[in-house]
Design a protein around this ligand. Sequence first.
Ligand code: MN
Ligand code: MN
Ligand code: MN
Length: 276
Amino acid sequence: MHSHSVCSDGILSPEALMSRAKERGVTSLALTDHDTVAGLGRAQTAATALGLTLVPGIEFSSQWGRGGVHIVGLNFDLDSPDLHRAIAQQQTAREERARAIDQRLAKLGIPGALDGARRLAGEGQLGRPHFAGYLVERGLVKDAGAAFKKYLGAGKPADVKFQWPSIEQVVGWIQAAGGLAVLAHPRKYPLTRTKMSALIGDFAELGGDALEVISGQQPSGMAEDLARLASRHELAASCGSDFHRPDAPWQELGNFGRLPPGCQPVWELPGFAERP
Ligand code: MN
Ligand code: MN
Ligand code: MN
């Protein structure tokens, strides 16, 4: 219930993603590109041809306190005007952030970053990884990790303070479009377990539907821990690989599909199966 294509920061086309899912024995999956539904039409055509069930999805950037969190929307109505307004708003926000990063880098004596990042993003959503790619390309850092460490990461010279929309807002967008809101990869945020637990509580209180109990490869016991937190807050459970690329076995399609016992799978919630 969580994967990416070239329409955001994945490297496979929507068609190639569906073929890989089929090869990997997946029967049902969601394409959840960052802040866009641009790949869903092509993915649906390919999924139909391959006999796969495609769940319409998106991964929205949101804000909790001073940090960013990601909220996956699943099984919404693709024709919802609310959803398309929300996507347009996120796109404007991404553009503004990209221009601000570009200005910071230019002040540091690195001109042309926005053009470079745009070229690397291609048809995908422009994001910080593309700026990182540009810095690597220019030979200023050895890899993307170093680009974040030296320039783009929190507190670094090209880190732009940026407010994404609140959890309440994002959950509202998804639900207005008839979808379910899922808090993505809770252990990937730089939070202590206490803080993470508070985030999950807030998400539930603000109307969220489910928690990603499984997100790719996790240390043993983590899924069980997250499953307990999900049931404590009456959230359903989701799982996904967060697939971006074929050479990353820790986020491979079809490897992470088994929820711990006692979870309420998000795809079994009322209404989930009925949407075409
Ligand atoms: Mn991504
Ligand atoms: Mn994410
Ligand atoms: Mn993701």
